[in-house]
Design a protein. Structure first.
Lengths: 106, 111
């Protein structure tokens, strides 16, 4: 039972013998790198970069569902990437905005 | 005229998501190009390294996917170039790129 499931995974048209598996797998690295960078100070965040990651994540979620073969790995990855991008943007906005508020109070 | 028609009706043309996906994706290399004018302290080594590997793989992906997506291929080729440049700036800033005088100074400082 387990053997044939593994076999069907191994031989899948978007399986580990193809670029359709490895490209999105490595793309998870982008979200992971972003998560690692959550601990970096917000001054080091780049607005253009994070907004770009967020937008591409959203669009690629759709893209992954209309290509042949369908790519669920890329879909989940794109959702995650959009999420981490959004979080980084809000971190930086909060930092930039809150700093102004504290200055205004003083 | 025929070129425009071919483009309009292309399987990776503006009537399909295969076109608009990469259009939005251009944001990534453009953002990186904007970032080349900023000081290298702001570069994220993690993210830039991952981008270099990612774009290399996605150039192959764009070639092999159905329909073949040369637009996506071009996008990742450009991104690969920009990210490699940013990576070199970061490596230089971190002192990893064989600046002999810098290495010698570090060795002298250790001894």
């Amino acid at each position: 039972m387990a053997g044939s499931k593994l076999q069907s995974f191994w031989n899948h048209p978007a399986g580990p013998k193809t670029i359709f598996f490895w490209a999105p797998t490595v793309k998870w690295g982008i979200s992971i790198a972003n998560i690692v960078d959550f601990s970096e100070p917000p001054e080091r965040i780049s607005y253009p970069q994070q907004v770009a990651l967020m937008c591409t994540g959203l669009i690629y979620s759709r893209y992954s569902m209309v290509i042949t073969p369908k790519n669920w790995n890329l879909f989940g990855n794109s959702i995650f990437m959009a999420g981490t991008g959004l979080y980084q943007v809000t971190r930086k906005i909060r930092h930039d905005y809150m700093a102004e508020v504290t200055e205004a109070k003083e | 005229m025929k070129i425009l028609q071919n483009f309009w009706n292309s399987p990776i043309g503006p009537k399909t998501t295969h076109f608009w996906g990469p259009v939005v994706g251009w944001g990534i290399p453009i953002a990186a190009m904007v970032d080349t004018n900023k000081p290298p302290e702001l570069i994220s080594g993690n993210l830039t390294t991952v981008m270099c590997v990612y774009s290399a793989l996605f150039m192959r992906f764009a070639w092999m996917v159905q329909p073949r997506n040369l637009h996506l291929l071009a996008l990742h080729a450009v991104n690969e170039s920009v990210q490699l440049y940013q990576l070199s700036r970061w490596l230089k800033f971190q002192g990893f790129l064989g600046d002999k005088s810098l290495q010698q100074k570090n060795e002298e400082a250790e001894t």
